[in-house]
Design a protein around this ligand. Structure first.
Ligand code: ZN
Length: 727
């Protein structure tokens, strides 16, 4: 072996340095396992025996106390790799492969570099040339074994812990308020003051629903909260200090207060740079969870409820402002609204119109994400009103009951706080007594000790007085607050929830908070109408329909009934007549204007109604020219005959142009010398058929008198006069 070793070492190796790498995993090993350290340093002699001069053997021992599980943070190892890769190393010495690296990746990288730069590796068993396949295979195996060794060690240790945890028997240092009794069972802390403080914390959170409000309540009451010292000389001691927000959160999130045994609520992950991050796991990923394993401060259901509330209040949770806290804007359903089409949370956008903010609910998340049109947008005004009405309706009968319960609860909480302060006084008194007894017991001649004990006694007495005064002051305040403001506020709330709701002085934020106490969420679907599916707290549901608000052009569109009426009136009237009739009935255009010829004409064109001319032609009426050629007279005579009632004409426009009814089988003929006024009487019998038709039309119309064709026939002059008058 020795011969073999010497064969591998060439002069090229000896010209370069020898690096002795020394490492112990922990500082404890460095101190206690000194034999191993000594053996590592002894390798130096081997290098000397192989021919390296003393001054060329470089010892790298800066990694003492560093684990070999990773190269990161191991300054010595990094330097070793650098030296090797620069070709300065002839040989690398280490007691075992595991000293160099417990991580295969690090180890194989070192082997690769050693092979490239022709450096040797020496351990307790022999000398290897990584450039040779056999040596490299052996070293590789050793590295893998070393990594496996670490894994097996860990698995054994962790397996034991896991097994115990699965049975719920693992002893984990308890949070403040819980402690192990003499039978190693977890129980509520026997210190009544500690117990009551925790009870008050959970109670306050239950009624306020906010960790911040809980902290404020404690601060306002001047109450202190226990905390257990975790490290240092005073480890395990109980100290009293003001309650903090993180402390409240930690307590509320800790399932052990609900009497559950838990293990493995987080995972430790290694990052690329070798550091570790703690990842909190969700409840269904916890390693062990045994609810009801021991007595707790709250039930498991209450704990779950608290988690839900905390999650909802957390602003940062979720990217879609899920259940975001109530803000100042007037959109009442902010943070509560779901899209009925895709199920996403809807967001709020405001428009300023006439100096007022108008909310609009948008489902835009997918649209933004994938550059698509918005899923749906719903103007919020009508919806908010409907919700408000619903709440007023739903809440008013129970308002008084709720308010009374609130009052009762406030009272009981004040008393509870006072009891706690009383405990603080008792504790101070106990400490005074203790200090007094200590002082009494000391030998009066021992002035030094006696003086310091006396000083302590005095200080305890001062604390006692302060605590007592503090309690008295707070009691005085409690009495005052409840008697004046609170009672008035509660009574006013109790008498009239609807009044409070509708009061313009009530800020929108408060209104939203009230909504949140009552509603879980609202799902919106916009169709012909807007459908609201409302979920109340506690599971009740209700569906409301709200008319979809009209958009700008819809708001200006003519009422369909008016369009229909114009269609009907066109059978018998001109534009001018129609405008007069509609105005007389008090009807207005879509824009709220009185009707004019132009508006009626526009409506006729826009809605594709048949023009009056076409209607008359369709009914078989003849033009002036056609009539003239039929009767064998000039167009002027047609008009004159019409005026005198010999033939029947109907005005087709506001210029007084007429179309004429067919004169029938027996048309009037030219008869010179007979007065036209006499001829009319004869022709009335002829046009009997037409009169009947006109009579029907006349009864249809609300103003049958002057405009119907019937009268028009008999009193054409009157008709013309009235047309002029109406114009
Ligand atoms: Zn949507």
């Amino acid at each position: 072996m020795n011969q073999d070793m010497h064969q591998k070492v060439k002069t090229t190796h000896l010209k370069r340095n020898a690096y002795l790498y020394i490492r112990q995993s922990t500082l404890r090993q460095v101190f206690e396992n000194s034999e191993s350290t000594k053996r590592q340093y002894a390798l130096r002699q081997k290098a000397v025996a192989l021919g390296w001069p003393e001054d060329r053997i470089i010892v790298l021992d800066s990694d003492l106390g560093q684990s070999g599980a990773s190269a990161a943070d191991r300054e010595g190892f990094q330097r070793l790799v650098t030296e090797v890769s620069l070709g300065r190393a002839g040989i690398v010495l280490g007691l075992e492969v595991s000293r160099l690296a417990r991580n295969s990746a690090d180890w194989h990288r070192l082997l690769e570099i050693c092979a490239l730069t022709n450096a040797l590796i020496l351990d307790e068993d022999g000398i290897y040339d990584p450039a040779h396949f056999n040596d490299r295979l052996l070293l590789g195996l050793k590295g893998t074994m070393s990594e496996a060794e670490l894994h097996v060690l860990r698995a054994r240790l962790h397996g034991g812990i896991l097994n115990k945890a699965r049975r719920g028997e693992l002893v984990i240092s308890p949070p403040v308020g819980l402690s192990y009794n003499s039978e190693a069972a977890l129980v509520l802390d026997p210190d009544k003051q500690v117990q009551q403080c925790l009870c008050l914390l959970f109670e306050t959170f239950r009624s306020t629903g906010s960790a911040m409000a809980t902290v404020k309540a404690f601060q306002k009451q001047g109450l202190q909260f226990p905390r257990r010292v975790r490290t240092g000389a005073h480890k395990g001691d109980l100290v009293w200090a003001a309650l903090g927000h993180t402390q409240v959160l930690r307590i509320l999130h800790n399932p052990r207060y609900a009497g559950a045994f838990v293990y493995g609520r987080s995972h430790v992950r290694k990052t690329v740079d070798g550091s570790f991050t703690v990842v909190q796991l969700s409840q269904d990923e916890w390693e062990t969870l045994i609810p009801g394993a021991y007595p707790g401060y709250l039930s498991w259901e209450d704990y779950q409820q608290n988690q839900k509330r905390l999650h909802e209040s957390a602003q940062a949770m979720g990217s879609d402002r899920r259940k975001s806290p109530a803000r100042e804007g007037p959109a009442l359903l902010q943070g509560l609204i779901l899209c009925g089409r895709c199920g996403q949370r809807m967001t709020v956008r405001y428009h300023v119109r006439h100096g007022r903010l108008w909310p609009e609910y948008l489902c835009q998340r997918e649209g933004i994400e994938h550059a698509q049109p918005l899923c749906q947008r719903v103007p919020g005004g009508g919806i908010d009103e409907a919700i408000g009405e619903l709440l007023v309706e739903a809440v008013s009968p129970v308002a008084l009951e709720v308010a009374l319960t609130v009052q009762q609860e406030l009272q009981s909480r004040l008393e509870e706080a006072d009891r706690l302060r009383q405990k603080q006084v008792e504790r101070a008194q106990y400490e005074v007594d203790l200090a007094r007894r200590r002082y009494m017991r000391v030998d009066p001649d021992n002035r030094l000790v006696a003086d310091s004990l006396e000083a302590e006694w005095n200080s305890k007495l001062r604390t006692l007085t302060e605590t007592q005064q503090n309690r008295e002051r707070q009691r005085e305040q409690d009495r005052k607050v409840l008697s004046d403001q609170q009672r008035a506020a509660i009574l006013s709330l109790a008498t009239d929830f609807p009044r409070l709701w509708r009061d313009p002085n009530t800020p929108d934020r408060e209104r939203k908070r009230m909504i949140r106490l009552l509603l879980e969420d609202v799902t919106l679907v916009r169709g012909e109408e807007i459908t609201l599916h409302i979920r109340f707290k506690g599971g009740a549901t209700k569906t409301l329909m709200v008319p979809a608000p009209l958009n700008a052009w819809q708001q200006r569109a003519t009422n369909p009934a008016v369009v229909k009426e114009i269609d009907r009136l066109l059978d018998h009237h001109t534009y001018q007549q129609i405008a007069s009739i509609l105005n007389e009935r008090g009807l207005r255009s879509g824009e709220g204007k009185t009707f004019s010829v132009r508006i009626v004409a526009r409506i006729q064109k826009r809605y594709g109604l048949m023009p009056r001319y076409d209607r008359l032609r369709k009914a078989g009426m003849l033009t002036v020219k056609e009539m003239a050629s039929l009767l064998g007279i000039t167009p002027q005579w047609v008009k004159i005959w019409n005026r005198h009632g010999l033939i029947c004409g109907h005005t087709c426009n506001d210029k007084n142009d007429c179309l004429y009814e067919h004169p029938g089988d027996n048309p009037p003929r030219k008869a010179q010398g007979v007065k036209l006024s006499q001829r009319r009487l004869a022709s009335e019998v002829v046009s009997q058929r037409t009169q009947e038709v006109q009579c029907e039309a006349a009864t249809d119309c609300e103003r049958p008198c002057e405009l119907a064709g019937f009268r028009c026939l008999s009193q054409p002059k009157l008709h013309r006069l009235q047309t002029l008058h109406l114009g």
